[in-house]
Write a protein that binds this ligand. Structure first.
Ligand SMILES: Cc1cc2nc3c(=O)[nH]c(=O)nc-3n(C[C@H](O)[C@H](O)[C@H](O)COP(=O)(O)OP(=O)(O)OC[C@H]3O[C@@H](n4cnc5c(N)ncnc54)[C@H](O)[C@@H]3O)c2cc1C
Length: 313
């Protein structure tokens, strides 16, 4: 069986940064890229908030650069996915989709997460043309314009507050007759002048010639007083949660109630010694490329120190 000091699962900013650091400290890592080589950023166009690129950079190009950098310092970057892991004891065993098994002294999990969408065909149609699942990433493009945020939890409230500082007007489209957010957050949103909360409301479509120009909404769906109406908006932001890619680790690593991997404070260490988690897979809070990259660096440094301590380097 193939043996490796550090196996990295995932090829987003977290995985590639971990690979760069691990390679440069002589861990000769193997990285599996998975079904989405380059990760989530390959689904967007320009990224303007990754430091080092004064005019922004094409996000696909950024991920190609990261991959090349990882390969240049010696990482073994492979196509394909890891389909099974056995973390019961070290060395851990992982298996790829072709049935190849790898024995790994440490594992860095960087499998990311995906935003939840409502499932409307129009979300697909207007993706990148007014539909976004990340206010921090895309809010800037909607300065002095009108946007809608879908969701009624803490994240939706945070995104709405953030957008309200940039946009002229923010609608919150909330399915329930109340917000599910913490009291303080709820109050903040309700008191914000340019936020209008549309309770008991669902979206059933979007419209617009060149990008989103409005949303078709329904209030009191399925009830006697059901009412259809439209709002004019320039941006439609989903804030209904994320699905972390942690299926592989269920029953092995400690996960929180949403399925994110639980890591120790100020660390990427998971509930199993020698297994580290970096990036969106362990981050329900920030979900940013640069944060994921930082966590990837942390994971590789922690793996290196662990191997050193165990005399396995
Ligand atoms: C449309 C969009 C726009 C965004 N814009 C910005 C922005 O402007 N600025 C910003 O900072 N952030 C932005 N983000 C967020 C950013 O993309 C994420 O925070 C970042 O990509 C997280 O990196 P990651 O490495 O943790 O995971 P991801 O990028 O999610 O990568 C996960 C990787 O794991 C791999 N994988 C999963 N399962 C397996 C498996 N079983 N075996 C092997 N590999 C596996 C996948 O193939 C993928 O390569 C945006 C996100 C989206 C969706």
């Amino acid at each position: 069986m193939e043996k490796v000091k550090t196996l990295i699962i995932g090829s987003g900013p977290a995985g590639y940064t971990a690979a760069i650091y691990a390679s440069r400290s002589n861990l000769n890592p193997i990285l599996y890229a998975g079904l989405q080589p380059g990760g989530q950023l390959t689904t967007t166009t320009i990224i303007e908030n990754f430091p080092g690129f004064k005019d922004g950079i094409d996000a696909n190009q950024l991920m190609i650069e990261m991959q090349t950098q990882a390969k240049n310092v010696g990482a073994d970057v492979r196509d394909g996915s890891i389909v099974k892991v056995d973390l019961a004891k070290r060395p851990f065993i992982a298996e790829d989709e072709r049935g190849n098994q790898i024995e790994a002294n440490t594992i860095i999990v960087a499998t990311g997460a995906s935003a939840k969408y409502l499932g409307l065909a129009d979300e697909e149609k207007y993706r990148g043309q007014g539909v976004s699942a990340c206010a921090t990433c895309d809010g800037f493009f909607y300065r002095k314009r009108t946007v809608a945020v879908v969701g009624g939890g803490d994240t939706a409230c945070e995104e709405a507050m953030y957008l309200s500082s940039l946009a002229k007007k923010v609608y919150m489209i909330v399915r329930k007759p109340y917000l599910r957010a913490a009291e303080i957050m709820r109050k903040r949103v309700e008191d914000q002048e340019n936020i209008e909360i549309l309770y008991n409301t669902n979206t059933f479509g979007l419209f617009g010639e060149n990008g989103v120009e409005g949303a078709h909404l329904v209030r009191f769906k399925g009830e006697e007083n059901e009412e259809n109406y439209d709002i004019a908006i320039d941006g439609f932001f989903l804030a209904i949660g994320h699905n972390p890619n942690t299926e592989l680790f269920k029953g092995q690593l400690e996960l929180d109630e949403q399925g994110f991997i639980v890591t120790r404070p100020k660390s990427t260490a998971t509930s199993i010694e020698g297994v580290y988690a970096a990036g969106d897979v362990a981050d329900p809070t920030y979900r940013q490329g640069v944060v994921a990259a930082g966590a990837g660096a942390m994971a590789a440094i922690e793996a290196e120190r662990f191997l050193q301590e165990k005399g396995e380097k």
